[in-house]
Design a protein around this ligand. Sequence first.
Ligand SMILES: NC(=O)c1ccc[n+]([C@@H]2O[C@H](COP(=O)([O-])OP(=O)(O)OC[C@H]3O[C@@H](n4cnc5c(N)ncnc54)[C@H](OP(=O)(O)O)[C@@H]3O)[C@@H](O)[C@H]2O)c1
Length: 241
Amino acid sequence: MELAGAVVIVTGGAVRLGKAMVLGLARAGARVVVHYGHSADAARQTVAEVEHIGSEAYAIQADFMDASAAQSVIARAVEHFGHVDALVNSASIYEPVGVAETTEDLWDRHFAINLKAPFFLCQAFAAQLGDRRGHIVNIADWRGTRPTASRVAYTLTKAGLVAMTQSLAQALAPNVQVNAIAPGVILPPPGQGEEFVARLLPSIPLRHSGSPADIVAALLYLLRTTFVTGEVLYVTGGQHL
Ligand SMILES: NC(=O)c1ccc[n+]([C@@H]2O[C@H](COP(=O)([O-])OP(=O)(O)OC[C@H]3O[C@@H](n4cnc5c(N)ncnc54)[C@H](OP(=O)(O)O)[C@@H]3O)[C@@H](O)[C@H]2O)c1
């Protein structure tokens, strides 16, 4: 896909990795929809930074606990830009909770935000494409294919996201390419510092963490390729191995 002038939605695009992807897309010439949940000020700031780069951005709020609100992001983006060429599903919650502590409420929140909302966004995105070509990139996690003992609800949603990527790659072909990125240690979780990253370094074969720029490079590759679909691109320094 030619990114100059393309319209790309990034869910959770106001902060952290989502914001890095928004700015990377803007630098590549794309016009960007910055979806946000609660981070209104950060979304406004991100839109301003895109405009400073010289591209266009439009912020849309939606709480992904509500699947129909999530789906409405597509219609609102189409209303603003006329069409959408690509969807990046990055919004997600992550609560490092084990089996015994997993409540039904925690389970439901993870599945609503991390899996149900992305599915209905993909459905609405594909419907507005008509005969045009498009791309979906789902931001998963390497734990989605190599589950560990902890973070069980989160891990299951990311496993579902990988399966959804492979299923939709077939269901929406030939017009839509559907791929996933499986990040490793890129940014410490909110509230945690560099010591969180340092503790994990022995488990990473390349012995360093990744940066948001690594995720942006993977995203731009997947949006530009014309012959890759249903793929999971691991950006982990080998941690998933
Ligand atoms: N950081 C890493 O090293 C790492 C590693 C592996 C995988 N990942 C994956 O990469 C993606 C981005 O990671 P991150 O660390 O930048 O994520 P993050 O800081 O946890 O950000 C989560 C995003 O999800 C949005 N969100 C949360 N609850 C929402 C809700 N109810 N409705 C709508 N949006 C909601 C937030 O939007 P608001 O703030 O606007 O509410 C925020 O933009 C995620 O899918 C994550 O699983 C990240």
